[in-house]
Design a protein around this ligand. Structure first.
Ligand code: FAD
Ligand code: A2P
Length: 397
């Protein structure tokens, strides 16, 4: 077939829109993909939360609050407590409750550069004759602090000991768990109390005294002490009045537990806080000797007055023996009470608090593993779930 020149030109021109169309289609396709890719890889916006102070049961002045938290680098005597237990081997709804944000809890009202100088009100030994070491209860006056140094149960404060370190620099702060409720030991809402054990150890035949713990055990009423904080949201109590609270403490680890127990059972404190605790509280307490048991008279009074709501189990390491003939530790008591304890843990209203010697953690973990096995549960799966649900609270040092 023979085409004229005009026909060839006309035919060629007729293909132009087709070529443009294909070209347009390709461009559109690649543009769309490019936009999709850019969208998918766009950096996500991070929502910033601003903490605002607002503490319930305010008997204390409001205060300025900053968001960042400083962290220091760091025996069965009462009747069985009955709790309602679900029958299944699964822990029900364990992750149902989201972790509370505790946005209204005060932190870092006072920092190391501008600490509050509190006055010592009292400083007395908590030990009985024949006890080992030195453990004191120390109370500071906070009433002149401005902004007011308020806190809630389960928090800690920092103490900056007087003097300088070996390099001529001021000593760094040490953290101490608060042993009083927010209303203070005198219920006026303007004091804070600590429970401090003097650190003492032998090195090359010499006795070494801990800097801050010795400073604190030696201070006298009227002395001024640099205080920072409060800090910490790990050991806060739940708001629910029908929560169950299991407490595992060694030595001065009793400090936050003392605050919880006062909040639950101390009559004048209860009038102040309006928190009508209706759950079960179970304290496992480890001490070397009976004379080392801390706050014992108060605890016995709470037992007498609240037999249905409080259980107190002691492990007195140097006076009692475990089944293997070794020192009796709280993890041995946990094992003895495995069934009852896990009945409580299976209840989603139960929180567990661990405070005191860091060294007890592996032992507690081992005991919980065995105790869980007896109930057909797996502790290594259960513990992170409890943590995520905000029911497993640990502060060891
Ligand atoms: P330092 O002079 O600082 O000496 C401690 C150092 O001595 C250690 O770092 C280690 O290097 C060395 N040392 C310690 N023991 C030995 C040993 N056996 N052999 C050789 N070297 C050793 N303490 C309480 O008494 N009550 C509380 O309520 C409390 N709550 C705390 C809460 C939190 C959140 C934290 C983190 C700690 C808490 N502590 C509490 C511990 C407290 O902060 C101090 O660490 C403790 O008082 C010792 O401080 P210090 O200045 O006396 O000792
Ligand atoms: P022990 O010192 O007899 O070995 P305190 O702080 O007043 O000394 O009390 C701490 C208590 O904790 C003591 O009874 C101590 O026992 C005990 N304890 C020491 N090490 C552990 C551990 N690894 N697990 C549990 N309890 C411990």
């Amino acid at each position: 077939m023979v085409y004229s020149q005009a026909k060839v030109i006309a035919g060629g021109l007729a293909h132009i829109p087709i070529v443009i169309g294909i070209f347009y289609f390709i461009m559109t396709f690649f543009n769309k993909r490019a936009i999709e890719y850019a969208e998918a890889n766009k950096p996500k916006k991070v929502e910033k939360k601003v903490e605002k102070p607002q503490i319930k049961e305010k008997t204390v002045a409001p205060t300025k609050v900053e968001a960042k938290t400083e962290v220091q680098k760091p025996t069965s005597d009462s009747p069985e407590i009955k709790t309602e237990t679900p029958k299944s081997k699964e822990i029900p709804n364990i992750e149902k409750k989201p972790m509370k944000k505790h946005a209204d809890v005060p932190v870092n009202i006072y920092r190391p550069k501008t600490p509050y100088e509190g006055t010592v009100l009292e400083n007395y030994s908590l030990l009985k004759e024949g006890a080992i070491g030195r453990v004191n209860h120390i109370t500071f006056d906070l009433k002149d602090s401005d902004p007011f140094l308020n806190y809630v149960e389960g928090q800690s404060i920092g103490i900056m000991p007087a003097g300088e370190d070996a390099n001529g620099k001021p000593h760094k702060l040490r953290l101490y768990s608060i042993a009083s409720t927010r209303h203070g030991d005198n219920f006026n809402g303007n004091t804070v109390s600590l429970c401090v054990r003097q650190l003492q150890y032998e090195k090359d035949g010499e006795t070494i005294n801990g800097v801050c713990s010795t400073y604190l055990c030696d201070i006298k009423p009227g002395d001024k002490v640099k205080i920072t904080g409060p800090v910490g949201k790990e050991m806060l109590l739940p708001d629910e009045e029908d929560a169950n609270i299991v407490m595992l403490a060694t030595g001065t680890g009793i400090a936050p537990m003392r605050a919880y127990l006062r909040r639950m059972f101390e009559p004048t404190e209860k009038e102040k806080n309006n928190w009508n605790f209706k759950g079960k509280a179970w304290l496992f307490m480890g001490a070397p000797k009976s004379a080392n048991l801390l706050y014992e008279e108060d605890l016995q009074r709470y037992l007498t007055d609240n037999p249905e709501n409080f259980k107190y189990t002691k492990a007195i390491s140097r006076e009692q023996q475990n089944t293997k003939g070794g020192r009796m530790y709280i993890q041995d008591r946990v094992l003895e009470s495995a069934n009852e304890l896990f009945n409580m843990i299976e209840n989603e209203k139960t929180h567990i608090y661990l405070c005191g010697l860091k060294g007890m953690e592996p032992g507690i973990d081992e005991a919980m593993t065995k105790a869980a096995e007896e109930k057909g549960l797996n502790w290594s799966e259960l513990r992170p779930q409890l943590k995520k649900a905000g029911r497993w609270h640990v502060e060891t040092y």
